[in-house]
Design a protein around this ligand. Structure first.
Ligand code: SAM
Length: 325
């Protein structure tokens, strides 16, 4: 399948996401010692954008940590992470920095993106040294592929699930190992039948897995229409949003495609009830903020969805948990 202009535009959304995340790091919203290597030109974002990315990053960090902690408490010593459309996401490096943790990390993105990411990793010692023992590392810059003990970066088009599965198997991905799948602002950019086939492929392949989706919803009200036309103007249509337009549709995409259970919340709810209150309090004091109406609108138009295949009872009790506020 050839890469078209719409593919190129969606690849650029990756750069945009990392610039916004770095803006948060620079303001102190969260720590990330590795993002700076992946951003060519840093730019300061508005308090509104910063707070949105803070909420996104904290929510995703929390649920990944809960998944890991849940399985560790079940005596599981190795878990896999599969990040779809990972872009220049730095979660692997942040998680790996304190030391080995029994996590095997796999990322898939278009070759155009993984080639750039592989070159950045190869060219920066603080990143390269976290991949695992030097003798386990294979970095193929021309293909945009890295395989190493702890980290695997694989070029692939998610519209071709067979090729993605073959690439994962060749890199040593083990479908029997408990796996956390992440699709952060990815599936919504795909045609609905293509994203459904990704969900179905993994639902049938992975018996013990959690699949977390973070993306836009609610295309039909005034704010949703504006959000969509802003992205369309930048060449990045949200091709999937008409189908996964609300939380119920997101849940159905999982339960109708091989996943045993699913849950979904909008980000207003996640922010209010699920995020660590101490972290929120700290973040809310970082910048003067008065755009409350717009903030609530934005949060209402993003969601966090969790699909689970329980693997017997290994993931019993794992879900989107509220925290005492
Ligand atoms: N997940 C990262 C994050 O949130 O920081 C990057 C998100 S960026 C908005 C969307 C990413 O999905 C881009 O890196 C893009 O190349 C990737 N992507 C979109 N469609 C894809 C496809 N069919 N196959 C592989 N990657 C895809």
């Amino acid at each position: 399948r050839s890469v078209n202009t719409s593919d190129l535009s969606v690849q650029r959304t990756n750069d945009d996401a990392q610039v916004s995340k770095l803006s948060c790091v620079d303001k102190g919203y969260f720590r990330d010692d590795f993002l700076k290597y992946f951003v060519r030109r840093a730019s300061r974002r508005s308090p509104l954008i910063n707070r949105g990315y803070f909420s996104r990053v904290l929510a995703l960090r929390q649920i990944l940590q809960e998944f890991h902690a849940h399985l560790t408490s079940q005596g599981v010593s190795t878990v896999q992470i599969l990040s779809l459309g990972a872009g220049f996401d730095t979660s692997f490096f942040n998680l790996q920095a304190p030391g080995p943790n029994g996590v095997r990390w796999f990322e898939v993105d278009f070759a155009e993106v993984t080639k750039r990411k592989a070159a950045i990793i190869a060219g920066n010692e603080p990143l390269r040294k976290l991949l695992g023992p030097a003798e386990s590392q294979s970095i193929q810059l021309d293909e945009g592929r890295i395989t190493a003990e702890a980290y695997n970066l694989l070029p692939g088009d998610l519209r071709d699930t067979r090729a993605c599965q073959a690439a994962l198997e060749a890199a040593g991905f083990d479908p029997a190992c408990p796996t956390y799948v992440l699709a952060e602002c990815v599936l919504v950019y795909m045609e609905p039948e293509d994203s459904a086939s990704v969900v179905r492929w993994l639902g049938h392949w992975l018996p013990t897995a959690a699949f977390v989706v973070y993306e836009q919803i609610k295309p039909n009200d005034a704010f949703g229409k504006q959000m969509i036309s802003n992205l369309e103007a930048r060449g990045c249509p949200l091709k999937g949003i008409a189908v996964t337009s609300d939380l119920a549709a997101h849940i159905r995409r999982f339960t109708g495609n091989g996943w045993q259970r699913a849950d979904a919340k909008d980000m207003s709810t996640i922010y209010r009830l699920h995020l660590d209150p101490a972290e929120k309090k700290r973040a809310e004091q970082l910048e003067i903020f008065d755009e409350f109406e717009e903030w609530h609108m934005i949060q209402d138009h993003y969601c966090l969805v969790l699909g689970v295949n329980g693997g017997g009872d290994k993931l019993t009790g794992f879900g989107l948990k509220q925290q005492k506020q």
